[in-house]
Write a protein that binds this ligand. Structure first.
Ligand SMILES: NCc1[nH]cc(CCC(=O)O)c1CC(=O)O
Length: 312
């Protein structure tokens, strides 16, 4: 336990207001309380509404731009309205604004996608031509690649909205991150996680990062004992892979780093949005070399794909 100065005011933790985001903010607060033996009222959770929360009637890829779920939160952090920001790393742009840094990661949850259906137990059990709901470019492309017979429809909204759509017969199945379901105690709504060999997850899926102002030494000291180093190494590798590819958020990208002792295996893939083509590869090396492995793997895939691949 570190000896912390008694804060003269509560430490403000910024988050989105969704049930999942609040669960993540509370987990962060609880870990900080335990690490520093601080009471709950040493912290204040501040809910911030983002562009992605406001616009619910259009697919996110149409709204475009990076950081739909994070921009307003980062602005509040920069301006000093909050002291920490808790993020799903999956939603984070690869670069943080000047003056902000993410160097604290909580232990990663399940990285896998979950299959959700009231009718069938798995992708393989979906009948020919079945309708599947997803607005994720990656999941749509991966599914189209595996099962070109399926019909894809846009599906947005929170878990409840999506389950209602399944009940109403809008689609026979959909996908959610297993991590989000676990954190909301809602794993029972899914049929179970999908093996990454079948559907490679999004970069940083299941990982929570805590952002702070770079020059805020108090925040740095607070966060150091709750940082999970293994998660940090994996996210560093996956995000280096993403950063090299990231020219357009219109390209389906998947990536997953796994550790075995001091070794890391990084898998990555890029797909055509219609699933007609996939470029996949892997790197193995020292866990501490993840950033170089990610960058190198991305360059290999870009080279194999050729210049036209990343544009639609
Ligand atoms: N794109 C929204 C989003 N951002 C993070 C999660 C889930 C939690 C996580 O991956 O950490 C989700 C929902 C989902 O994909 O089902």
């Amino acid at each position: 336990m570190t000896q912390m100065p008694t804060p003269s005011r509560p430490l403000r933790i910024g988050t989105r207001g969704s049930i999942l985001a609040l669960a993540q903010a509370h987990e962060t607060r609880d870990r900080l309380m335990a690490a520093h033996d601080l009471p709950a009222d040493a912290f204040k959770i501040v809910v911030i509404r983002t562009t992605g929360d406001r616009i619910t009637d259009r697919p996110l890829k149409e709204i475009g731009g990076k950081g739909l779920f994070t921009r307003e939160i980062e602005e509040a952090l920069t301006e000093g309205g909050i002291d920490l920001a808790v993020h799903s790393m999956k939603d984070m742009p690869t670069l943080q604004p000047e003056g902000l840094v993410i160097d604290c990661y909580l232990p990663r949850e399940d990285v896998r996608d979950a299959f959700v259906s009231l009718a069938v137990a798995s992708i393989a059990d979906l009948p020919q031509g079945a309708v599947v709901g997803s607005s994720s470019l990656r999941r749509r492309a991966q599914l189209a690649h595996r099962r070109p017979d399926l019909q894809l429809v846009e599906f947005r909204g929170n878990v409840q909205t999506r389950l209602k759509k399944l009940e109403d017969g809008v689609a026979m199945a959909t996908f959610l991150a297993q991590a989000g379901l676990n954190r909301m105690d809602m794993a029972h709504v899914a049929r179970g996680p999908i093996d990454p060999d079948e559907m490679l997850p999004a970069v940083a899926q299941g990982a929570i990062g805590v952002e702070r102002r770079r020059d805020d030494d108090m925040a740095d000291q607070l966060l150091t004992p709750i940082h999970h180093a293994e998660t940090g190494l994996r996210i560093e590798a996956e995000r280096a892979f993403l950063a090299r590819l990231d020219g357009s958020c219109q390209t389906p990208i998947a990536g997953l780093a796994e550790l075995s002792g001091d070794r890391m295996i990084l898998r990555g893939e890029i797909l055509r949005p219609d699933g007609s083509e996939i470029m996949a590869g892997r790197r193995e090396g020292l866990a501490t070399d993840g950033a170089a492995m990610g960058d190198d793997l991305a360059q290999e895939l870009l080279g194999r794909a050729g210049p036209g691949f990343m544009q639609i």
